[in-house]
Design a protein around this ligand. Sequence first.
Ligand code: EPU
Length: 425
Amino acid sequence: MDIFRIEGPVRLSGTVNVNGSKNASLPIMAAAILAAGKSVIKSVPYLSDISVFGQLLCQLGCELDRSPNGDLCIDSDVIDNPIGEYDIVRRMRASICILGPVLARYGRVEVSMPGGCAIGDRPVDIHLRGLAELGAKIHLKNGNIVAEAPRGGLKGKDIFMGGPFGSTVLGTANVLMAATLAKGKTVIESAACEPEISDLANCLNKMGAKITGIGSPRLIIEGVKQLQPVEYQVIPDRIEAGTFMVAAAITSGKLHIQNCRLDDMMAVVDRLRNIGVTVEAAEGGCVVTRKGSIKPADITTQPHPGFPTDLQAQFMALLSLAKGNSIVIEKVFPDRFMHIAELNRMAANLRKEGPTVIVAGVKKLIAAPVMASDLRASAALVLAGMVAQGTTVVNRVYHIDRGYERIEERLNLVGAKISRVAEAS
Ligand code: EPU
C-alpha cells in the first residue's frame, strides 16, 4: 500500500489541467451496454474506479480497449452474463448503474446489493422503486438484486424519484437508461440535475434516445426501439476542478485551472469568492488566487445546483484556516465526516454536532500521520498537508487513486512537495 509524504507549507503556482469526469464516465460506460456494437468514449480518466468498472463490463460480456490516444472503446456486441458479482460491487458502489441498462437490453439482471461504505448507508431503494414502476419484477436472492422485465418489455410511466435526501444521481441514471428502451413515455420527476446526469442524457440522445428536460428535475423520455453505439466526449471533472481551486486557495497560491466549466460550479465559486478567494474566468477555465486571509463561511451541501457533497471535505480543510468560525452542514450524506478526526490530528479545530460541523479557524495546521478513509476525505488531507508545518504522512492513498489521476505528480508540477512511497508491509 502506498503512502504520501507531504512537505509543507508550500505555495502553488502555475497551470493545471482538469481530466475528464469520473462520475460522468461511469454511467456513460454503462450506457454503452444499451446498444450492441462498438462505442468510443473520449477523455475517460485513468483511475482505479474506471478499471474496476471496466472489469465489470467485461464480466457481462463486453470487450474493452484503450486506443493509443486514450479513447476508451467498449464493444458491447455480446452481453451474455447479466450478473454484477459481489466481488466487484463491494469494491465500487457505482457498479449499481449496470442495473438499468442490462435490464433494458437483456430483460434480466442480477447485481449484488451494495453494502454501506465510509460515507454512510447508501441505500438503493429509489433505484429499485423506479425500475419497478417501469414494470420490472424485483426480488432479493442471496444478497443479489434480481430484476426481470415483463414479457412485453419495460413500459414508460410517470415516476417520482425524490427521497429523504433529495434526488439520487445514480438512481436517476439507472431509470433514465432503462426508460430509453421502454415502450412509450416516461417522466422522471425529481430527477438529479447534476451535470454528470446531463452528460449521460446528451450521450443517450446521441445514441438515438429521445430525452428532453435535460438539466432540469423533470426528464421526459420517449422510448425508442433501439439505440446505436456512439462516439462521445465526457465533460471535465468539476470535483477535480474544485479540489484544484481549494489547492490554490489553501496555499495562498495562484493556479490557472484549464478544462473547467465554471457554469457547472456556481455554488463553489460563490463560496470561494465569499471567503476572499479570487476566481476569474480565463481561457478554457479560470484563474484562482488567494492573497489575504480566509473569511469564515456557512456551507450546506445539497444536490446540484447546490454546494456539492464531494467538495465538503476539501472546503473543511480550507475553512480550518479561516479567521473565525464556520458552519458546515452535510445534507446529502449526513455521516460523511471521517476526515474530521484526521484534520483534528493536524491541529484543526472541528466539532461535529449531528450533520453539522463547527469549524473554529486556527492560525496554522501542523503535520501528522493521518489515515485516508475515502476518496474526498483523502483529498482534504492532501490539501491540509500542503499547508501544514512539517511532513504529513497520508496512509492508504489508494482511496485518492480511485478518483484523482497521479494527483501528486500534477500538484508537484505547480509547487507541491509530495512523494509517493510504497509502505513496507
Ligand atoms: N439515497 C437513498 N435511496 C436511494 C439512493 C440514494 O436514500 O435509492 C440517498 C443516499 O443515501 C444519499 C442521497 O440519496 O443520502 C444521494 O445519494 P445519490 O444516490 O445521489 O448518490 P450516488 O448516486 O450513489 C453519486 C456519486 C457520489 C456523490 C453522490 C452525490 C457517482 C459514481 N457517485 O453517488 O460521488 O457523492 O452522487 O452527489 O456518481 C465521489 O465521487 O466521491 C462520490 C461519492
